[in-house]
Ligand binder design. Structure first.
Ligand SMILES: *Cc1c(COP(=O)(O)O)cnc(C)c1O
Ligand SMILES: [Zn+2]
Length: 401
């Protein structure tokens, strides 16, 4: 009970058509459900386990999904960081707790399930790292080959390790992510591989369930929903999901969608600041937060709508602010995330410092990927362990208790 619709011109396509861009105007496609004919209630949902598949009436997959039990991630109250910032209702949704360690698993369970449903035999993506780790795992589960293109030298170690160990064909491209995406897109069109980047409308359907879970876990809607923005798929997906809940009459208001980018890679922020109709791509994006090192976000058009229509905002944070917040989350809250993930909470700190936030707001920050994804950046920030001789005297002389 759905079809594909162009987000720009409204031209519609059959649900089983394999297409990533509108033939009329070249813009992206989205899944549009026949919401009037969907029979579901919040009570019914809430009797099922918390997971992506709790919300299956609003997902495109008809048969049994390819699943590694994704979703159902913890929502933590950030008590200490909240106290420091004067925010009593600050939360973090820890997407690093997914099977492969990032929110990408929510998209891949749906995307790879759809690949099988559509009869596709090989899946592919370009990736700053996590998409490739996730696709490799889900392709392994489905028993089909995966091809992943990575920007050479710019992918965190843990993510490359995952893609390799799960058995994907891993290709390093001498170019940045934006170029790798163009290449894999061409490859998929010319050779019939199934493209699972966030231009794939089905993948984003899985990702919108982050928003649904937050609503269920809080028991109400947050006032503000904060995400790190790279390709801008996730922020667009969560917004789309909340619009569907509103159309179903389950909620009355959508939170202020707030996107955070790294200062060296912030085309969406610029478009919001300068009130541009579209983003101007950045040619050489650079940031320690490699997961959001993207100069030409493919979902930017939808993200701008999400931010503008909810009274949200987009701001940038420096690499130093990102790393400091990664450290705070780890040491004050026990939450281990990779640098890009800390950007959402670092962005909230910046908004507080700029006096741009109502401190009574209920704020949910998505922290997108796990600490172990990028051990090299972590080790660089921490003092190395102290080595001692194997006796108690040496140990005590170091500890100075
Ligand atoms: C993919 C990713 C992002 C960016 O998400 P987009 O949907 O591309 O905006 C942020 N953080 C992590 C850890 C990611 O893997
Ligand atoms: Zn169109």
């Amino acid at each position: 009970m759905y079809r594909l619709i162009c987000v720009n011109c409204g031209y519609t396509y059959r649900k089983d058509e394999i297409i990533y861009e509108c033939r009329e105007c070249g813009h992206l496609l989205a899944v549009e459900y026949d919401l009037k004919n969907i029979q579901v209630s919040l009570e019914e949902w809430r009797q099922r386990p918390l997971s992506v598949w709790r919300y299956r009436e609003l997902l495109p997959v008809s048969g049994a999904p390819v699943t590694l039990q994704e979703g159902g991630t913890p929502l933590y109250h950030l008590k200490r960081i909240g106290e420091e910032l004067g925010l009593p209702h600050l939360y973090a949704k820890h997407e690093g707790m997914n099977p492969s360690g990032s929110f990408k698993d929510r998209g891949m369970t749906v995307g790879v399930s759809m690949a099988l449903e559509l009869g596709k035999k090989v899946v592919a993506c370009a990736s700053t790292g996590n998409t490739s780790a996730s696709l490799a795992a889900y392709a392994a589960k489905a028993g089909i080959p995966a091809v992943v293109l990575l920007p050479a030298g710019k992918v965190a170690l843990g993510k490359v390790a995952q893609a390799l160990m799960h058995g994907a064909r891993v290709i390093s491209v001498r170019g940045n992510f934006d170029r790798a995406l163009e290449m894999v897109h061409e490859l998929c069109i010319s050779h019939g591989l199934y493209l699972l980047n966030s231009v794939n409308p089905f993948r984003l359907e899985g990702q919108k369930t982050i928003g649904f879970e937050v609503f269920d876990q809080l028991g109400r809607m947050p006032d503000r929903f904060v995400l790190p923005v790279g390709n801008a798929g996730n922020i667009s997906a969560v917004y789309k999901g909340y619009k569907e809940l509103m159309d179903l009459g389950f909620i009355e208001k959508i939170p202020k969608m707030t996107g955070i980018q790294a200062a060296g890679s912030s085309p969406v922020v610029r478009a919001i600041e300068e009130n541009l109709p579209a983003v101007v791509p950045e040619l050489s994006p650079e940031t320690v937060a490699t997961a959001i090192r993207i100069g030409a976000p493919v979902n930017a058009e939808k993200a701008l709508t999400a931010i503008r229509s909810t009274g949200g905002t987009a701001i940038r944070v420096s690499d130093a602010e990102i790393l400091a917040m990664q450290c705070s989350l780890a040491q004050k809250e026990g939450i281990g995330v990779e640098p890009a993930s800390a950007a959402s909470v670092a962005g909230i700190k910046r908004l507080v410092e700029d006096g741009a936030l109502d401190k009574d707001e209920t704020i949910v920050c998505v922290v997108t990927g796990h600490l172990l994804k990028d051990p090299e950046t972590v080790i660089k920030q921490c003092k190395p362990p102290v080595e001692v001789d194997a006796n108690l005297t040496s140990l005590l002389s170091v500890l100075q208790l």
